[in-house]
Design a protein around this ligand. Structure first.
Ligand SMILES: [Zn+2]
Length: 315
């Protein structure tokens, strides 16, 4: 296994872990920078978040009240995007998938202006990073209407994947079929937030109905042997986010995190940050937390790290 990675984990040395190639495949771009980076840029010291948020809504409320007033509007979004690329550089993230909402793309002047700006950040901070932009829709959106106009965003070929986020069970999965059919036509990797707070069976249902290739979160799959078997057999990867699960109260702690059960049952898993600006645990620290809690061994964590890299480096 990678020697630096092993030493970083066993010595509890974040600096060593920072130097190792890693991926971050689930990252909400507008919340993808470090709080410390944003503090330096805005000159404002943000209050610490509570240990546990009151679910997604509580998290959103905290973000709106504590962070947003100091980096508002389009300018604030652009600053936080820049910070997400600065973090990719600092943390040696060799493969980065970040999701972007259409509202934000419109807010900064539409697809062309957006692509130019994001490409500039990518090139100036981390040109060697394999960057895979993801287009994301909130679950409450009018998916049929969005499917009509998705071409405006994805026909350029900039986006590599699609996602739906912002709460589960808001609409039936069937409602999203037009959106995912369009995504398929453009050969996007099809992802969705499922099984984070919702039941394991929903994961299988969403995969079967929408043809999902990967799941963002999906931690609740661990409660069903059937679903785990289904995911393993169909090679469906779960992009897990430990600190997010713990701080949103979906998982009792790092030691109990279902990543262990999922891994042991042959389900493909990766480790990701979700909302770094909120959960305040950068990617190298997520690996360290799981190691220090005794959830997974250094060898197992290294195997997961390599899976996330997916050929983006020589490793
Ligand atoms: Zn997420």
């Amino acid at each position: 296994m990678n020697r630096l990675f092993y030493e970083g984990l066993t010595e509890g040395d974040n600096n060593k872990l920072l130097l190792v190639h890693k991926s971050d495949i689930h990252n909400h771009s507008t919340k993808g920078c470090r709080r410390k980076w944003l503090e330096e840029k805005t000159g404002h010291i943000f209050a610490d978040p509570p240990e546990i948020f009151d679910g997604l809504e509580g998290m959103q409320e905290w973000f709106t009240g504590t962070i947003k007033p100091y980096c508002p509007g389009a300018e604030g979004i652009i600053l936080r995007w820049e910070g997400a690329f600065a973090e990719a550089k600092r943390n040696n993230i060799s493969r980065l998938a970040m999701n972007f909402g259409v509202t934000e793309i419109d807010l900064v002047g539409g697809t062309d202006a957006f692509v130019k700006m994001i490409s500039r950040f990518h090139q100036s901070y981390c040109p060697a990073t394999v960057f895979e932009p993801e287009i994301t829709y909130v679950a409450a959106c009018d998916a049929a209407m969005e499917a009509e106009r998705i071409d405006d965003y994805i026909s350029s070929g900039f986006f590599k994947s699609i996602d739906v986020c912002g709460g589960e069970g808001i609409r039936p999965f069937e409602d999203f079929m037009p959106l995912y059919r369009k995504a398929e036509r453009y050969h996007l990797t099809k992802r969705m937030h499922v099984g984070e707070s919702g039941p394991a069976d929903d994961i299988r249902k969403a995969v079967e109905l929408l043809g999902l290739d990967e799941i963002h979160h999906g931690n609740n799959a661990a409660s069903s042997d059937e679903v785990m078997k289904f995911l393993a057999m169909n090679n469906i990867q779960l992009n897990l986010c430990p600190s997010s699960n713990v701080m949103l109260g979906y998982v009792p702690g790092y030691k109990e995190h279902p990543i262990k059960i999922l891994y042991e049952n042959g389900v493909k898993v990766t480790i990701n940050t979700d909302d770094l600006l909120i959960f305040d645990s950068s990617i190298e620290n997520e690996y360290l937390r799981l190691y220090q809690a005794g959830t997974l061994s250094a060898e197992q964590l290294d195997e997961i790290r390599l899976l996330g890299l997916k050929g983006s480096t020589d490793e």
